[in-house]
Design a protein around this ligand. Structure first.
Ligand code: NAD
Ligand code: MG
Length: 299
């Protein structure tokens, strides 16, 4: 146990980010190419058996926040299935190895959520591989920034809604019969839900919808003893920010405007996803948990 007090402004990586990250980013962006590589708790996360025997499905589990959740859940004793976008095999394989090292079952499933039918396939394959489903983390999303409304194509609007929110309906419809009382669903929304950026008009609207969906689903699933909550991250250093996730030039100061004056790392989100999944959150449902570095919009 480390009993030293740590200043939250000085933990993890505190600088702005090199614009060079944009030039090395492939499509889809891989976290293994990022400078610095995001911290998803690979070295640091220590489990306390808070999810022993649980069977989890995490969408977007190859990188960023989803990877941090996958590592944490495995170290808390859960078996983990996770989805990744084709093209992200290198990141997915790294997660698979980390979970295998914990002695937990792991299943990596490729799937593009722009296609109808993929979300239910993920649920079905998870149930088959793990023997059931107790924890559903709906975390995958696409984010492409545009300077002008003319740049925002209707194909992008449709795809962003399909991946970020419509697939969540399909996943929950497929999961409903498997989620027993005591199970938990966690969605990933954003500070963009209530404070949209002009460059993220499609993405931000899906996040508003996800927050609303989460509260509505909490009401529906309460009658079944299933809790449903959301996590709303602020600026977190993940591949989402590359591959056109931000407008050119916006990387260097990423996170510096928050109260804690830095971007967050994915590992800093993991404890909240663990808490919301665990029995410690037995009286928590229909809530949106902010992990934002103190984004002013959350105050
Ligand atoms: P990330 O890029 O590491 O994770 C997003 C994942 O979504 C990808 O790894 C990929 O597996 C998946 N994905 C993307 N397009 C897909 C598609 N078409 N089909 C299927 N899967 C697809 O980035 P992240 O920041 O860890 O994102 C995780 C969640 O956190 C997202 O919901 C994102 O909106 C949310 N979020 C992130 C931030 C941030 O600053 N990074 C802030 C607020 C909310
Ligand atoms: Mg990824």
């Amino acid at each position: 146990m480390n009993d030293e007090l740590k200043d939250p402004r000085k933990q993890y990586y505190t600088e702005g980010f090199s614009q060079e990250n944009e030039t090395i980013a492939k499509s889809p962006a891989l976290q293994q190419d990022m400078m610095p590589v995001p911290d998803c708790g690979e070295e640091s996360y220590q489990g306390k058996q808070r999810l022993t025997g649980r069977r989890a499905l995490i969408t977007g589990g190859d990188s960023g926040i989803g990877r941090a959740v996958a590592i944490a859940y495995a170290r808390e004793g859960a078996d983990v299935a996770f989805q990744y976008l084709p093209g992200e095999e290198a990141d997915a394989e790294a997660v698979q190895q980390l979970i295998e090292a914990e002695g937990r079952k792991v299943v990596a499933i490729a799937g593009d959520l722009r296609e109808l039918g993929v979300a239910s396939r993920l649920v079905n394959e998870t149930v088959e591989a793990l023997g059931g489903l107790d924890l559903l983390v709906l975390n995958a999303a696409q984010q492409f920034a545009t300077e002008t409304l003319a740049d925002l194509t209707m194909k992008q609007v449709n795809d962003t809604f399909q991946v970020n929110i419509i697939s969540m309906y399909e996943a929950l419809k497929a999961a409903e019969s498997h989620l027993e009382a005591g199970s938990a669903v966690i969605t990933t929304t954003s500070v963009q839900a209530t404070d949209p950026s002009a460059s993220l008009l499609d993405y931000a609207a899906t996040k508003g919808a996800i927050s609303n969906f989460t509260v509505g689903m909490a009401k529906y699933f309460a009658k079944k003893g299933v809790r449903v909550n959301a996590v709303a991250p602020g600026p977190i250093w993940t591949p989402l920010q590359l591959d056109d996730g931000k407008l050119p030039g916006d990387l260097e100061t990423f996170g510096q405007d928050e109260l804690l004056e830095r971007a967050g790392q994915p590992v800093e989100l993991a404890p909240v996803y663990v808490f919301l999944a665990s029995e410690e959150a037995s009286y928590v449902t229909g809530q949106i948990y902010g992990v934002t570095g103190g984004s002013e919009t959350d105050l």
